[in-house]
Design a protein. Structure first.
Length: 692
């Protein structure tokens, strides 16, 4: 007799602002269907194409289901199965021996393969803190924008996504929500039907830009200049809410002086757009109270990314748009959730903490770090790396150096994974991890204001284990006896939030287990009466904290590292700017190995403007080589005016082993960092293109 059909609540774990609630249908212990939960207000029953096929990923025929050790050369991807006991013994032997000489010679490498607070960095972080390992500065995606918000609003906070449906003007700035935030796009479409004007600000005419009323195709990395040009018009034409500025902002006089140095004529030249476009945009924005800005992280992946976010984030406070619940700005709402990071990660387990902490290595410089021989300034050479929730050989910048670092025969590499990724091919020890349907987790969101619970819907596939259980096993094998390393997933999850925080009033762990999610208690218009989380409680146009660091306390425009303004000699050799935004059917490097999704993408493509193609004798459909001093890759040319002249666009991120030439866009990106936050500059990249 068949077991009854069961339904389980789950949460999409991927690095997306929507953080969807999912319902999983289970028959005979097997997940047969994953759909969006219609009862969850942000999800409204809808999932993106990728995640609606989540069961296909869970039961993929090449899913890793048993521990394995390397038997071939590094990068060759040849392994043989072993038991968990053998895996833990092998790992502990190497890590213990390295730790006796230099604990900081071991480095964890992880990011947002899951956004879960339990399977992300709880027991894992505790383990590495106890070991005394080097710390990883996890800045690859969003740190510049997060810093920009921190110094302006006090945290990664903003307006509610749902109220965009009531906005009258929406600036979709550096975002392609059709591909990366389906549920925001639903609200924007609702606003459009009500008469709202949608304007896309993006160097590339994306799927989203094509469906907006207007597309402003500025040069990559010039968003900060455009925001300052808008401020100039707002000031000179007095499109300001002086009462709001006086009551709820800090540093207006200084910001006004900065804005006056960016007249539309100057900004037109910087951004490569018509002067009247800047004036008209500012007038429309300044004369509409229900004006909303939806930023995304693409605009901050350039040298001046932190300053650009600061400049854009100032705009709603100048016009008083925050008075309306359908006005304001949103890059991230993640700072609203009262996460107890200390309880989750336990930095106090580090030897010598807080007086002395382990060294910190920026994840964007992993290529250089792995190839560093070690010295007094750098510290000990990295001898072991443990990778989980990430695929750095595919996703980290300056890929040739990253691969060279992972290819070191003297580097002991452990990889926790679902599949044999590009990075997994370099592992000495490959450990099978569970997917979201097989473990417990809790989540916040950076696109809405709910906290959420994920319960396991099925038993682990094969011999896969949750990240937490794997790190407990390592700790046990290494003889650690710290109780915090062995707490259950449920105990860790209960510690994830400050339950006494006013935003969680009336909610506790037992409530969350029953309901699956809880909406944070926040005002509809969160800054209508000020209440920013800065030291002053105001929107800080002028940041004293930045001034104390010797940095510019006001937002400014910084030209990209690689541009005619920033590096004219380099631009003479490599005259095309390249950006590599996400392909619609991939999410970073996740889902690339799902055949049905990869078939939809087809193959790596490069969009190039007709004028640039003609100058290089490139025709539509030709195989081209994209290159600079760091490396090269090949792609199929699509000659189109979706890319503005001087720009090429390669949708990413392909697994290198699944690309025709074994390379992807990160062959040409650099390890240079942003102005604030130490983030990656993926879209600050000059190349040349030729027929292959």
């Amino acid at each position: 007799m068949n077991a009854p059909t069961e339904f389980a609540r789950a949460v999409c774990p991927h690095d997306c602002p929507d953080t969807c609630a999912m319902r999983v249908t289970v028959e005979n212990g097997r997940a047969i269907k994953v759909v969006g939960d219609p009862e969850h207000p942000p999800t409204q029953g809808a999932l993106c194409t990728k995640v609606s096929r989540y069961a296909e990923r869970v039961y993929h025929p090449r899913r890793l289901t048993t521990p394995m050790k390397r038997v071939g050369r590094k990068g060759e991807g040849r392994f043989e199965p072993i038991t968990w006991d053998e895996a833990f013994e092998l790992a502990a032997t190497h890590l213990s021996e390295i730790a006796r000489r230099a604990p900081e010679a071991t480095l964890p490498y992880s990011y947002a393969g899951t956004m879960g607070l339990v399977q992300g960095d709880s027991i894992a972080q505790r383990f590495f803190h106890k070991l005394g390992a080097s710390q990883l500065d996890r800045t690859i995606c969003a740190a510049a924008g997060a810093a920009g918000l921190k110094y302006t609003y006090g945290a990664g906070i903003g307006m509610h996504t749902g109220f965009f449906a009531e906005s009258e003007v929406i600036l979709i700035w550096g975002a392609n929500p059709i591909a990366s935030s389906l549920h925001f796009w639903t609200r924007a479409q609702e606003a459009k039907r009500r008469g709202a004007r949608l304007i896309a600000i993006d160097p590339y005419r994306s799927l989203t830009a094509e469906k907006c009323h207007q597309h402003i195709a500025l040069k990559p990395g010039t968003d900060g200049a455009l925001a300052l040009g808008m401020m100039n018009v707002l000031v000179t034409e007095n499109l300001l809410d002086h009462a709001y500025i006086a009551a709820h902002t800090l540093g207006f006089a200084e910001l006004k002086a900065r804005a006056l140095s960016y007249p539309p004529s100057r900004v037109s030249e910087i951004c490569g757009i018509e002067e009247q476009v800047i004036v008209d945009l500012a007038r429309l924005y300044g004369s509409t109270k229900k004006a909303a800005i939806r930023m995304n992280y693409g605009l901050q992946r350039v040298r001046g990314g932190g300053n650009a976010v600061r400049a854009i984030a100032c705009l709603p406070s100048l016009t008083g748009a925050w008075r309306e619940r359908a006005g304001g700005a949103l890059l991230s709402s993640g700072g609203w959730a009262p996460v107890d990071s200390h309880a989750l990660q336990r930095p106090d387990l580090m030897p010598g903490w807080p007086a002395k902490a382990s060294r910190v290595i920026n994840m964007n410089a992993i290529g250089d770090a792995l190839l560093h021989p070690g010295d007094a300034a750098f510290g000990p050479k990295i001898e072991a790396i443990v990778v989980y929730n990430s695929n750095p050989v595919a996703v980290a910048p300056d890929s040739e150096r990253v691969a060279a670092g992972f290819a070191r025969e003297d580097l002991f590499t452990i990889v926790l994974e679902h599949f044999q990724t590009d990075t997994a091919d370099y592992a000495d020890l490959l450990l099978p991890a569970t997917t979201q349907l097989e473990h417990l987790d809790v989540h916040k969101s950076y696109g809405h204001t709910h906290v959420m619970l994920n319960l396991p819907a099925i038993d682990p596939v094969g011999d896969a284990r949750p990240n937490t259980e794997i790190f407990r096993g390592l700790a046990r094998q290494m003889g650690f006896d710290e109780p915090a390393l062995f707490e259950s997933d449920e105990t860790v999850a209960q510690a994830a939030f400050h339950w006494q925080d006013t935003t969680l009033e009336g909610v506790d762990w037992e409530t969350l287990k029953k309901t699956g999610w809880a909406k944070l208690n926040l005002p509809d218009a969160p800054f209508a009466d000020g209440g920013f989380r800065t030291p002053s409680g105001k929107c800080e146009f002028y940041s004293e904290r930045l001034a104390q660091q010797g940095r510019d306390p006001l937002p400014d425009y910084l030209p990209p590292h690689e541009s005619a303004d920033g590096a004219p000699e380099l631009a003479a050799r490599y005259p095309l700017a390249m950006i590599s935004p996400p392909a619609r059917n991939f999410l970073n490097s996740t889902f690339v190995n799902i055949e049905s999704l990869r078939a939809t993408e087809g193959e790596p493509h490069l969009d190039i403007h007709p004028a640039d193609a003609h100058a290089r004798d490139i025709i539509d459909g030709a195989q081209v080589r994209i290159f600079n001093d760091r490396g090269s890759m090949q792609a199929r040319a699509r000659v189109t005016d979706k890319a503005r002249a001087g720009l090429v666009v390669g949708l990413s991120i392909w697994w290198k082993k699944l690309a025709p030439d074994g390379r992807n866009a990160n062959q040409v990106t650099s390890q240079a960092l942003t102005d604030l936050g130490g983030s990656a500059t993926f879209y600050d990249c000059l190349v040349e293109v030729e027929r292959a």
